[in-house]
Design a binder for this molecule. Structure first.
Ligand SMILES: *Cc1c(COP(=O)(O)O)cnc(C)c1O
Length: 354
């Protein structure tokens, strides 16, 4: 596997107390950088001390948001080793995002090699307290200094790492979510299936509105008909209705989550019926009223499983599983986190030990 040159930090930062970590505020000693230049391709992959990037104020990313990112974690196993969860899936997805955003793709093996080498170098930053991990944020930005609207000729691919505390330090608390009827996150033909910063910028207003109304997350409807459930906050979403698990199908405006895919594969292993299809808010709230809706949860790398305890839509209101986590969401959480932290068998070979 490729080895990138390393310039080590002269001073090492003190390691934070995992009990007081705030998500995404503390960064490790080093970062990975690689440059793209038209005519030359991706070149000069390297690990350097973590620090500011110097960019021209006209760098295209600042104006037209030509940018993509990824998110994955490194976990401390019981033997003290460090492992990643399905990093090849992140490599594939960033290239799918790149294709949509006219950013040149990164060879998958270089993406994975860069993540692995950086995390190995920063291994003592992977915390070992229960539920903690090292969050890894790869991203690509357009750096060409130009205000013309076209694909840039120059890019930086960077990877930074941030130790994170336990998501559920106080136990798994189900969230209240609100169906957003005004703003939409994404439309078919747009960039909903990519991880790009612009999708997040467009989602902030609805998130703030939901919080003002006492809800933790937005339940997004499709941008065309405003009828079908797509995602919850920045997670995929699943519902157990009767004996079937229903999750919105990947129409182009839904992000193809790796946690979503892993949950579907586990539920197939367990012989459960899973449907990837359109699910309207009407059908969902009717299932809530009739008692057919057994459980609801979001899926994503940060929380793994985020149970939904209450849902609001206009003047309708539904409580799910008595406002507590249900047995299926709990089983998915226990199995996935068991694989990720190396306390359960890994029959699919999802884990990469460093
Ligand atoms: C990243 C993300 C997800 C979850 O993807 P995972 O690969 O499971 O972390 C879901 N929805 C959106 C909008 C996302 O950006």
């Amino acid at each position: 596997m490729k080895e990138f040159p390393v310039r080590r930090a002269a001073v090492r930062k003190p390691k934070p107390d995992p009990a007081t970590l705030v998500f995404g505020r503390t960064f490790t000693d080093h970062m990975f950088l690689m440059d793209y230049t038209a005519g030359q391709g991706w070149h000069d992959g390297r690990i350097v001390p973590y620090g500011p990037l110097e960019l021209d104020p006209s760098a295209m990313v600042f104006h037209y948001a030509q940018e993509v990112f990824e998110g994955l974690k490194a976990y401390r196993d019981p033997q003290g080793g460090v492992q990643l969860f399905r990093p090849i899936e992140n490599a594939r997805r960033i290239n799918s995002s790149c294709e949509r955003m006219c950013i040149p793709p990164i060879p998958e093996e270089d993406f994975v090699a860069a993540v692995e080498q950086l995390v190995r170098l920063e291994a003592d930053w992977v915390p070992s307290a229960p539920g903690t991990s090292l969050y890894i944020r790869p991203f690509i930005i357009a750096t060409t200094p130009s205000l013309g609207v076209h694909a840039a000729h120059d890019y930086i691919f960077a990877i930074i790492c941030s130790p994170v505390g336990a998501y559920y330090a106080e136990g798994i608390a189900p969230v209240k979510i609100y169906v957003e009827s005004q703003d939409v996150r994404a439309v078919r033909g747009g960039t909903g299936y990519t991880k790009c910063g612009g999708n997040y910028a467009a989602s902030i207003r609805a998130g703030e509105r939901a919080e003002e109304h006492g809800y933790a997350q937005v339940l997004w409807l499709d941008g065309v008909e405003r009828r079908y459930i797509e995602e919850v906050g920045s997670m995929n979403v699943m519902f157990q209705i009767g004996d079937t698990v229903v999750t919105p199908k990947l129409t182009g405006s839904v992000l193809p989550g790796i946690t979503r895919k892993s949950c579907i594969e586990l539920m197939h292993d367990w012989g459960l019926k899973v449907e990837e299809r359109l699910l309207s808010a009407q059908e969902l709230f009717d299932a809530g009223d009739s008692g057919a809706l057994k459980e609801a949860w979001g899926t994503g790398t940060a929380a793994v499983i985020s149970p939904i305890g209450e849902m609001g839509w206009e003047d309708r209101h539904v409580v799910v599983h008595g406002g507590t986590i249900g047995p299926l969401a709990q089983k998915l959480y226990d199995t996935l986190t068991g694989i990720q932290w190396g306390t359960c068998p890994d029959p699919h070979g999802w884990v990469v030990k460093l």
